[in-house]
Design a protein around this ligand. Structure first.
Ligand code: ZN
Length: 303
């Protein structure tokens, strides 16, 4: 009787432990910021809220010294992390940080390249390969071809000219190009994004792995007239990279439509999970935008 009772107690405590344990450990994430030609003071907080409000991520910040100050102490340790989110466009990192970042990625770490992070480091070949495409900062045909979508495929155009531009901010529609990819599976073929910049004429090595979403860059808004690749993945060694050119940050968390867009947030969450784990377990939420209707999550979380 005693033995039966103690076995029952063991079973009961095991069941209680299972009930109390979290569904899974959060994805340990390092968000690098501190210098940008954008309001990084707003964007890095928004990104942490988006990621942590999902319950799937735990985010630490690595904030660089301000622009113009000594960077030599900005040596980062990537070992504790599954995922690195780059919200940085500024002075070169110390060589050791760069070496560790490349090693982290090459050996299977997940990376998210967010908006102007693809403007950074035009002289760093490995970083350019991790981003696949970048803009501004003197980029031209020596940086790689223009890459855009035409007649059902990606075109690589090596004509001379500047890399990186955008017209005026506006709402636009994202068009799915790999709807069977785990990041895009179940999402609408087309969805309308809240007011944002639409990056165009980006250049780089251009080795996109999965092209997820493009958008038509309309000359009437100052665009290129091309269908531009805006959300895609890149392979780098064993590493998975999710690159979104969306999300131009506003002046405050309250006035920040591009990052408040449900589509931006859901793609960031799905892309980040995929970069860290190779899978996406998240369900498509009911508030995702449609082809004609934008959707906002002003509090950076699912309603
Ligand atoms: Zn911007």
């Amino acid at each position: 009787m005693k033995r039966i009772l103690s076995s029952a107690l063991v079973l009961l405590s095991a069941a209680l432990l299972a009930a109390c344990a979290p569904a899974g450990q959060p994805i340990k994430t390092l968000l690098i910021t501190g210098q940008n030609n954008h309001h990084w003071e707003v964007s890095h907080v928004a990104i942490r809220q988006i990621l942590e409000n999902s319950g799937l991520f735990a985010v630490d910040f690595a904030v660089s010294p301000p622009r113009g100050e000594d960077m030599s102490g900005f040596v980062l340790d990537f070992k504790p992390y599954d995922l690195v989110v780059v919200d940085y466009n500024g002075a070169p990192w110390p060589e050791e940080t760069g070496r560790r970042f490349v090693e982290f990625t090459r050996s299977g770490g997940g990376v998210v390249i967010y908006h102007a992070a693809d403007n950074a480091f035009p002289q760093w070949p490995e970083y350019s390969r991790i981003c696949a495409l970048g803009g501004w900062e003197g980029r031209d045909e020596k940086s790689g071809p223009w890459v855009y979508w035409a007649a059902g495929r990606l075109v690589r155009d090596s004509s001379p000219g500047a890399g990186g531009s955008h017209g005026r901010q506006h709402e636009y529609v994202l068009n799915g190009r790999s709807q069977s990819h785990p990041i895009a599976k179940g999402l609408p073929d087309s969805w309308r994004h809240a007011q944002d910049e639409l990056y165009d004429r980006m250049r780089g090595p251009g080795d996109i792995d999965a092209l997820l979403f493009t958008a038509s860059s309309d000359p009437s808004t100052g665009g290129s007239g091309r269908e531009e690749p805006l959300i895609f993945t890149v392979k780098f060694g064993k590493g998975r990279v999710f690159h979104t050119m969306l999300g131009h940050v506003g002046p405050s968390l309250e006035d920040n439509p591009a990052m408040q867009c449900t589509g931006f947030q859901v793609l960031l969450l799905r892309g980040a999970e995929w970069a860290a784990t190779g899978q996406v377990a998240q369900q498509v939420p009911p508030d995702f935008p449609t082809a004609t209707q934008i959707s906002l999550r002003k509090a950076y979380k699912r309603p």
